[in-house]
Design a protein around this ligand. Structure first.
Ligand SMILES: [Zn+2]
Length: 322
């Protein structure tokens, strides 16, 4: 269970009305010559869209949620017979996965150099392997205990260290799932924020709580302390399936417009709605131009890492009047 909105979070600088951030999940060194591209083609692939947006919008920041050693190939079971046997299926990978180490970041120096050289771009964690036994293949954090989660996170952080990646201390859990033992493990390894909830549908208001993917019941539009105020939660509340009116509503309510995209658009027969392709890129370009024109300096262009840094610098605010 998550805490209620118990404490004010000091995340918005004085003089700013609302904020905007952009994050991209599933970034890893996969190339178009592999099963699918997820950043490995550098500027010629999906990250070229990010670079293009950063170039056209000098205030924009990006957070890349990067997987330390991506092993998933298929997001859904292909071993159908096995997948049909309750109990037994939970003990097996229900689709082929990559060997350990093939996509490990410290073995892809050019990729690491590229992502760490992008302007106004920070890197955070998106799991160790991005796969799990059983039906929900991409959902890496499920029934494991705190010790096991801690070991997974420590290994991911060690890979980031060997790759020379200076990460911001947060995670977007693959498949959005964040059991309480994962939150304990995050604290154990020094992480400070999580983006577990994605909600693109709940009507916008200051009191709106998430009710879609991942963590339910947290604020739809404001960063919020959770887990006895040891972690900050940041909801993803906007993507290319939304209209621009939702962005206006979030900003008018003084919230954080938290835009989510995925690095991989199409995996075999699975298509991610919010995969960052040319269409989504152009939609974001238009959205950002409209926001810049309409709100000017009143809008705080920021990143999850920056919000968390500001919030943790001032954790002594009074209990929030909910
Ligand atoms: Zn993912």
């Amino acid at each position: 269970m998550v805490d209620a909105l118990r404490y004010a979070v000091n995340w918005l600088p004085p003089g700013k009305k609302a904020a905007v951030c952009l994050s991209i999940d599933d970034v890893h060194p996969g190339r178009s010559s592999d099963h699918y591209e997820a950043g490995g083609d550098l500027g010629k692939g999906v990250l070229g869209h990010v670079e293009w947006l950063l170039d056209r919008h000098p205030q924009l920041h990006a957070t890349l949620f990067v997987t330390a050693d991506w092993r998933e190939i298929h997001p859904r079971p292909t071993r159908k017979m096995l997948a049909a046997i309750p109990g037994l299926r939970d003990h097996f990978y229900l689709a082929k996965i990559r060997p350990r180490g093939a996509m490990r970041l410290d073995r892809h120096r050019e990729f690491v150099h590229y992502i760490t050289s992008l302007p106004r771009t920070e890197i955070a964690l998106h799991g160790l392997y991005h796969c799990h036994r059983g039906l929900k293949i991409p959902m890496e954090f499920q029934e494991q205990n705190c010790e096991e989660f801690t070991a997974l996170l420590e290994e991911a952080i060690a890979i980031f260290g060997r790759a020379g990646i200076d990460y911001v201390p947060g995670i977007c859990p693959p498949g959005w799932n964040s059991p309480p033992a994962l939150l304990d493990a995050m604290v154990n390894v020094g992480l400070r924020f999580i983006g577990s909830a994605r909600d693109l549908a709940t009507p916008v208001s200051g009191h709106a709580r998430t009710d879609m993917h991942g963590m339910n019941g947290v604020s739809l539009i404001y960063p919020q302390w959770i887990h006895d105020r040891r972690l900050l939660h940041v909801t993803s509340n906007f993507s290319c399936t939304n209209t621009i009116d939702r962005a206006f509503e979030i900003i008018e309510a003084g919230g954080l417009l938290s835009i989510k995209a995925h690095a991989v658009k199409k995996v075999f027969d699975y298509v991610a709605d919010d995969g960052l392709d040319v269409g989504y890129r152009n939609f974001l370009d238009m959205l950002l131009m409209v926001l810049e024109e309409k709100y000017g300096d009143a809008l705080f262009f920021t990143s999850m890492g920056e919000i968390v840094r500001r919030a943790f610098e001032d954790r002594t605010g009074p209990p929030e009047d909910v």
